[in-house]
Design a protein around this ligand. Sequence first.
Ligand SMILES: Cc1cc2nc3c(=O)[nH]c(=O)nc-3n(C[C@H](O)[C@H](O)[C@H](O)COP(=O)(O)OP(=O)(O)OC[C@H]3O[C@@H](n4cnc5c(N)ncnc54)[C@H](O)[C@@H]3O)c2cc1C
Length: 771
Amino acid sequence: MAVALDSESKSIINATLQRFVADSYDFSARSQRLAEPLNYLQFWPVLADLGVLSLPLDEAQGGLGGHASDIADAAMTLAPGLILEPFTDAAVIGGSVLGSVGTSVQPHINRLINGEAFGVLLGGRGGDPGQLKVSRDGDGYRLDGELKVQPYASEADFWLIAAHDVEGCSQVVLFATPDEIDVPLHSYRLMDDRPACDLWFERVLLTDEALLLKGSEANQALKRARALAVCSLAAEAVGILASLVTATGEYLNERQQFGVPLSNFQALQHRLADMHIGYLEARALVDKLALAVEQSEDDEVRWLSYAVTSIIERSSRSIGHESIQMHGGMGVTDELVVSHFHKRLVVLVHQMRGWVEHDVEATEWRHEASLDAGGSVESDFDETAFRREVREFVATHLKPETRAKVQNGLYLEKSDYVDWQKALREKGWFGAAWPVEAGGKGWSILQEHVFLQECALGAAPMIIPYGVNMLGPVLYTFGNEEQKRRYLPGILNSDTWWCQGYSEPNAGSDLAALKTRAVRDGDFWVVNGTKMWTTEAQWADMMHCLVRTESTGKKQAGISFLLIDMNTPGITIEPIITLDGVHHTNQVFLDNVRVPVENLVGEEGAGWTMAKYLLSRERGFIADTGNKLRMMAQIRMSVSQRSKDFIGNRELQKARLLELEASLAALIELERSYINDWMRGRDDGIGASVLKVRSTELLQRMAEFWSDSLGPYGQCYDPALRLDGEGLSDSDPTVQAASVNYSYLYSRCWSIFGGTNEVQRNIIAARLLRN
Ligand SMILES: Cc1cc2nc3c(=O)[nH]c(=O)nc-3n(C[C@H](O)[C@H](O)[C@H](O)COP(=O)(O)OP(=O)(O)OC[C@H]3O[C@@H](n4cnc5c(N)ncnc54)[C@H](O)[C@@H]3O)c2cc1C
């Protein structure tokens, strides 16, 4: 196994590559080069001097012994230059195959490393229909077959030829130079100006000496080459996606129409935000693939190669097209780099598809491997051991009837939540992210994340956030000693049920427009107004509430934070039934409600600061990947069980399922990279918004697919079946439909609460455009 370069070598290589791109691959110089007869190797010796041609080769072979992540870094750094030299084809794929052969090809390795010559691998793709057949012919080998669209084959000094035996069981890799064998070829340029050709092998004979690898050695070498190929191509695509997002943002800021920069238009801002999210998602998954390649986890690599290709396929097209569209007429010209980036992306996706195997099944994805990703910055936190401990606890302490309800998507009573929260408190795991002095354990965001993921995977009820995740942190940060003493224990023991009274009929996204008024009357605040969407207010003992205590001046400055006992006279709760037919939320009327003055948290007028603090703490966990993993497993099972009911195109159904699996794999990595950034103090302020948008929209796609997969039962929904504990058996399809279609209907709420997805896109775009 190769060893990752140390961080100093990595940054030296990356810095020199960046300089190389800036100095040698200026866009106009590149365009000039394209206008003349092309020498694809103009900068090949320079790349050799920079060390990148030897990245995949061992030190004993004269290489740098780089890790897959080093190759990915190099490809990503070179990407903005759109370099025309065959980095991936010759240095990564060719170099990797030569490295697997070893000393017998050392002279060719030396020529590659020194930038004097290069070879490419012909065939050997997992996803291409065309393959070469090999058979014994006397003492030598005979090759037959056709190969289509082989990049740089017409320019290469030598070929590494991968072929199957006639039965398709065993592979070989043979060596040949183009001038020693008579192979007709048809050369042309690809969309990205690079060369490729089709080749016809008919009774092509090679001697015994041509054999480089056979059997399992050939299989292993080709497997590694394929994995590195996908890694490198995907990383280049990610580098281009990043460049497109930057270039588009800059253009929107510069270009004026209607007397203002284009970046003033929200339609364009949101599309830029989506481009950015697509880029981050692809980047996170490439990092994961690189890690898996070096850990030689074959199944994981196979699956992740497929998933990365699927994600990049989607994001490349959309980001490439959007970038051109947002550059208007200029975007479709040859003069701007964006159209060239787009064309390169098209080629990269085609080539990735060629290298990945397409017969993957959704069931191949091993969730445990996905979760045990390592890379934690907390050296004293043993993530794997903690995961195991939580898993064990959930398995032994969650009441079986509660687990069954969660697993079957049935209605949960207040007591189901409270009992579970109390069990967690007894273990010391409820409010554990609070500081020790407030009654918690000071868990890091990573530990809390692992805990929540495992609870969800074990089908535990969600933790109700209004007390423990929202009010608690506000109180121990801004509350006075008496408030902490009085309220924190009730939150930690789940004896007090809190609800959140922020939104109002005319204050939703623009929360600061709230009108519920609190007027001082001696030792009381007298509150009048209406709160809207107050979730589970019907179960609540207390409400933390934003009220207006001042109507003049800046509207945010007149807001205060009050704690209101729900049994106070003057409070009326009216249920709001959501589209799933369930009573989750309420309208709360406050009519001359007298609240003791000591229930004001912080200073009068400081409510907005506290509300912002509270909401910022919540969004990091919105990705909720544990529940999505569990839901995906159920979807897979349901698809196979209900296959007889399904009406429609089965191939399309499989493709949709795989696409969802790939998106979930990407979300898991996106969440992990957010957590790592947070823990390293590198949070850019928009990571939580990115997660909120991606995760809620993925949940909605999953729920929609699940409902569709029920065939005709996709239209059945009787909420009473969900409420009825007797309906636990899933043998009745209408009971299953009640639960699945509940998920589908309720999923529409996710992109609305917690700050709508449009508002999140506003936040992301504002950061990207810095306006
Ligand atoms: C099931 C559910 C439970 C909830 N629970 C609670 C709770 O417990 N406590 C609580 O206080 N609140 C709760 N909410 C309220 C929730 O926070 C609000 O619904 C949300 O903030 C959106 O406000 P709104 O519904 O008034 O929509 P509006 O703000 O009126 O938005 C309507 C549409 O316009 C879009 N829009 C608004 N402003 C902009 C803009 N500047 N740019 C672009 N698009 C914009 C929105 O994205 C949305 O698509 C809950 C909501 C739901 C649906």
